[in-house]
Design a protein around this ligand. Structure first.
Ligand SMILES: [Zn+2]
Length: 246
């Protein structure tokens, strides 16, 4: 049996299936992982441009990086990996997608039960008056300013993404843990499971009697505990799995 057929059989047998995705699901959409410094991350040190401390100290400097990032993320398109997961959800094989990605590509591909544990670029918040700005408004503000400011009070907006050094949004992480506990199968796609607390979700599933399957290019921290491990690209493997389940 091929890897895709074995994974399809596991998904069929172990319901509900919850999916946990990381940067690897979006690399084929041209979005580089900060761990493999290519593209934008080759020039911008995350510690200097993507921490909450850096934002508090010099939001304009951090926006010089985020403006480029917002541009790159909004121009990227979902790939077959995102599309296959949305299709599997629509057909009842996937209950929810938990993602570490902020790029909205699962949303744009059609995933509906989506838990974004690192936030997303969907909104920015004004920490002066609490106003929220939708992505389209932020992109409009970015056309005339390198660092978008609140139109009501003038404070520089903060993206609703979790920066390094910030806590994860409590509601999202609680929901992620709940889904992991209830999953008969947690399918990890494109994550090396190195960042806590997301890296703890597979343990949550196993301690509740579920199994874990992994699709990733290269090894992950959880490989030896996984019921099935497929070394491959997210788009290729998930497209084949969706075909097997058709
Ligand atoms: Zn404001």
């Amino acid at each position: 049996m091929s890897d895709a057929a074995a994974l399809a059989a596991l998904i069929r047998r172990r319901q509900p299936c919850v999916v946990l995705t990381g940067a690897g699901v979006s690399t084929e959409s041209g979005i580089p992982d900060f761990r493999s410094p290519t593209g934008i991350w080759a020039e911008y040190d995350p510690m200097e441009y993507a921490t909450i401390q850096a934002f508090d100290a010099d939001p304009e400097k951090v926006w010089s990086f985020y403006a480029l990032r917002f541009g790159a993320l909004t121009q990227a398109e979902p790939n077959d990996g995102h599309r296959a997961l949305a299709e599997l959800e629509a057909r009842g094989f996937v209950r929810a997608v938990i993602t570490q990605n902020i790029d909205l590509l699962h949303d744009r591909a059609g995933s509906r039960e989506l838990v974004e544990v690192h936030g997303s670029i969907r909104t920015c918040v004004c920490r002066g008056c609490g106003a929220r700005y939708a992505l389209d408004d932020v992109l409009r503000l970015l056309e005339s300013s390198a660092a978008p400011r609140c139109e009501a009070c003038g404070t520089i907006l903060k993206p609703d993404v979790v920066m390094f050094g910030e806590l994860l949004p409590l509601e999202a992480i609680d929901r992620a843990y709940e889904l992991a506990r209830e999953a008969a199968l947690l399918l990890v796609v494109g994550s090396t499971l190195e960042v806590a607390p997301v890296s703890l979700l597979p343990w949550e599933t196993m301690q509740s009697g579920g199994e874990v399957a992994i699709v990733n290019l290269g090894p992950t921290r959880f490989d030896r505990h996984a019921a099935l491990r497929v070394d491959g690209s997210a788009a290729e493997v998930l497209r084949a799995v969706a075909a097997e389940l058709a």
